[in-house]
Design a protein around this ligand. Structure first.
Ligand SMILES: [Zn+2]
Length: 575
C-alpha cells in the first residue's frame, strides 16, 4: 500500500470518514483471497458489482453505516467464486430432469428402475437414461440388450454410461436403428458383439452410439431452455459462481447467451461450441456451408467471439475438439495396448490432415481450442498438432498472441510429454474426481508402470503448466467439495487409495483453491476480471459452512455452500 493510501485507510478507520455507499458489505469472514500479495482478509465491500474494499474488519467499518446490505459471516469461510472449468450445463439440467441411473449398484437395480420408468412412459416412446457405471458391479461387466428387453419390451431404450462414451440399448432400439450382425463398425466406434453368435450385444462404444442416438427425438427448445435454467440453479446452490461449458451446438450456445441476457441464468458462463467432425478439412475449404451441429465451430469463426456480454456473464470464444474416447470404455488412445485388452490401443477420432488447417485458422481468428484427450497417445497427438499449428502461424499473424489452448482431461501422459504443456503454453484442464472415480479400474486398464503418468497433477504443476480443475458434470457429480477433496486427498470418497495410486501427485489446498478460481479464470482470459479477491475485480464469492483450507480431509465432503454471490448479487442463499 502506498503511504498516502495507508493514511486514508487509517483515517477512514478511526475518524469514520463517510465512504461512498456500497451495495454489499461482508464482514467477520475467514477469507482466502487467492491473491499472493494479501492472501487473507476479514471483510469485503462491493459497489456496482465489483470489489471496492478487501481487508480487515476495522477498515470495513467505514462502509457499514451506508451499506445497502451487510452480511455478518460470523467467521464462516469466504472464497473467490468457484469456477467449474469443464462441465456440460445442458447435461446437468437434463440429469436433474431425466431418468438418472447414477449410483445404480447392479444390473438387477438397473432393471428395476427401467421397469418402473417404462410403466410411467407411453408405449413406443423412447426411454433415455444416463449415469450407470458397471465398474462397482459384481461382476463388473457391461449390461446388454438382453438385460433390458423383458422389463421394457415396448419402448426403445437408450441408457448411456456415466462417461458418455458408451451406451446400452435394447433390442427394439437395435431394430429401429437397423443394427444386426452384418452392420460394420463405424469409424471411431464399435458395436460390441457376442463372441459365440456374432450378434450385437446392445453395447455401443463412442461413434457407434450415433447409430441409435440420431433416432431419439430431440427435445423442444423450451425443454432445452428449462434444462439449462434448472442446471444453472443447481450449480449456484452448490457454490459455483461460474461454469465453463465444454462444447455444445451453436443453437444451444445462443440459447444460453439469451438466458444469461434475460437474467434466467445468473452464473458467469464461458462457452465453447462443438468442433468439426471428420470433415474438418473439407469444410475448411468451403466455410459457410450448411451450418449445423457439426459446423458450430465454423459459425463461431464467421461470427467471431462474444466477449464479456451481460456485464461479464457471457463469453464465447472457444471450440471443443475430441481426439480420443474414455478410459473406462477403452476408447482412450494409448501408446501401448491396454493391459487388460492386449489387442486394443483405443480410438483416435481425428486425423492430422483434417485438424491442422482448422487449428491454424483458429489461431488467425483468436479462437481458443480445447481438446478432449485422455490417453497418452491422444495427448501426444494433440500436443504435436498444437505445436505444428503454433509454429505455422507466427505471433504477428495471430489475432491473440497467447492463445491459451487447453487439453481437457489430460489424464494419462507419457512422462516425456509432461514438460511440453508449459513449453507450449497449453493449459492442463483436469478433473480431480475422475482420478478418484477411476482409481478402481485404471490400474487394470493401464498396468502399474503407466500409473506414474496418470493424473499427474503435481508433476504438471511443478513443470510450470497452468493447471485448472473442473468436474465434467454430469459425467461426475459436479460438486465443488468433491473436486476439492479429490484434488487434495486423491482418495475415494470413503478414503481408499491403493499403494500404486501415486499420492505424491496430490495438490496442496492452496493449489486446489487456485486451480478452481484464479487458474480457471486464466483459462478463460479473465484473470484480471475475476478469480481472486482484489479491489477492482468482479465480486464473485462462495461462502462455505467450514474452513476447507484447515479442516480434516473427510470433513471437506460435509461442507455446504451457504451463499453464492456473482457480481455482488446473491444468487443462492442457504435456508
Ligand atoms: Zn466433458
Amino acid at each position: 500500500m502506498k503511504p498516502r493510501l495507508a493514511l486514508v485507510a487509517f483515517l477512514a478507520c478511526f475518524l469514520r470518514l463517510p465512504a461512498e455507499p456500497v451495495d454489499l458489505l461482508l464482514i467477520h469472514g475467514t477469507i482466502y483471497t487467492a491473491n499472493d500479495a494479501a492472501p487473507r482478509a476479514e471483510a469485503v465491500a462491493v459497489r456496482d458489482g465489483r470489489i471496492v474494499y478487501v481487508g480487515g474488519n476495522a477498515g470495513a467499518e467505514a462502509f457499514r453505516a451506508e451499506a445497502k446490505r451487510v452480511i455478518d459471516l460470523g467467521g464462516k469461510t469466504l472464497l473467490p467464486g468457484l469456477n467449474d472449468a469443464h462441465m456440460h450445463l445442458g447435461g446437468v439440467g437434463l440429469r436433474e430432469l431425466s431418468f438418472d441411473l447414477e449410483g445404480v449398484k447392479s444390473v438387477a437395480e438397473l432393471r428395476e428402475k427401467l421397469k418402473a420408468r417404462a410403466a410411467q412412459t407411453a408405449p413406443k416412446k423412447w426411454i433415455v437414461g444416463r449415469g450407470w457405471i458397471e465398474t462397482h458391479w459384481a461382476p463388473p461387466v457391461f449390461p446388454s440388450a438382453r438385460d433390458l428387453d423383458d422389463v421394457a419390451p415396448d419402448h426403445p431404450v437408450v441408457l448411456t454410461r456415466s462417461d458418455g462414451h458408451a451406451m446400452v440399448v435394447n433390442r427394439l432400439a437395435l431394430k429401429l436403428a437397423g443394427i444386426d450382425r452384418n452392420t460394420p463398425n463405424p469409424t471411431g466406434g464399435e458395436i460390441l458383439r457376442d463372441s459365440q453368435t456374432g450378434e450385437a450385444t446392445g453395447m455401443l462404444i463412442d461413434n457407434a452410439m450415433s447409430l441409435v442416438y440420431r433416432l431419439v427425438p430431440s427435445a423442444t427448445e423450451a425443454e432445452v431452455a428449462h434444462a439449462f435454467v434448472v442446471g444453472a440453479e443447481r450449480e449456484a446452490a452448490l457454490g459455483w459462481t461460474g461454469v465453463q461449458i465444454a462444447g455444445h451446438s451453436y443453437q444451444e450456445a445462443e440459447l444460453v447467451r439469451r438466458l444469461v441476457a434475460e437474467g434466467k441464468i445468473k452464473l458467469r458462463v464461458y462457452d465453447a461450441v462443438s468442433g468439426p467432425g471428420p470433415d474438418a478439412a473439407k469444410l475448411a475449404r468451403t466455410p459457410g456451408t450448411a451450418y449445423g451441429e457439426d459446423t458450430a465451430a465454423w459459425k463461431l469463426f464467421a461470427d467471431g467471439p462474444v466477449l464479456g456480454e451481460s456485464r461479464g456473464r457471457y463469453t464465447r470464444r472457444s471450440v471443443k475438439l475430441y481426439i480420443d474416447g474414455a478410459l473406462g470404455s477403452r476408447g482412450a488412445a494409448l501408446l501401448e495396448p491396454y493391459a487388460d485388452s492386449p489387442g486394443s490401443r483405443g480410438l483416435v477420432m481425428q486425423t492430422e490432415a483434417d485438424l491442422l488447417p482448422f487449428l491454424e485458422d483458429a489461431l488467425r481468428r483468436g479462437i481458443q481450442i480445447q481438446t478432449h484427450a485422455i490417453g497418452d497417445r491422444g495427448n501426444r497427438l494433440m500436443l504435436d498438432l498444437y505445436e505444428k499449428a503454433l509454429a505455422a502461424v507466427p505471433v504477428v499473424q495471430r489475432k491473440v498472441a497467447e492463445p491459451r489452448w487447453r487439453m481437457e482431461h489430460a489424464q494419462i501422459l507419457s512422462l516425456a510429454d509432461i514438460p511440453r504443456f508449459a513449453q507450449l503454453g497449453v493449459i492442463a484442464s483436469m478433473q480431480p474426481s475422475h482420478a478418484i472415480g477411476d482409481l478402481y479400474f485404471a490400474p487394470s486398464r493401464l498396468g502399474k508402470e503407466r500409473l506414474a503418468g496418470a493424473y499427474p497433477w503435481q508433476a504438471l504443476w511443478r513443470s510450470g503448466a497452468v493447471f485448472t480443475a473442473g468436474s465434467d458434470a454430469p459425467v461426475e457429480r459436479g460438486e465443488p467439495m468433491i473436486e476439492f477433496y479429490a484434488a487434495v486427498a486423491r482418495r475415494s470418497l470413503d478414503g481408499f487409495a491403493n499403494d500404486d495410486w501415486h499420492l505424491e501427485q496430490r495438490l496442496t489446498r492452496a493449489q486446489a483453491l487456485r486451480a478452481m478460481t484464479l487458474n480457471a479464470a486464466y483459462a478463460t482470459f479473465e484473470e484480471k476480471e475475476r478469480g481472486s479477491i482484489e479491489a477492482g475485480k468482479w465480486a464473485d464469492f462462495t461462502v462455505l459452512s467450514a474452513d476447507i483450507m484447515q479442516i480434516p480431509e473427510a470433513e471437506i465432503l460435509k461442507t455446504r455452500c451457504l451463499l453464492t454471490i456473482v457480481g455482488g448479487e446473491v444468487i443462492y442463499e442457504a435456508r
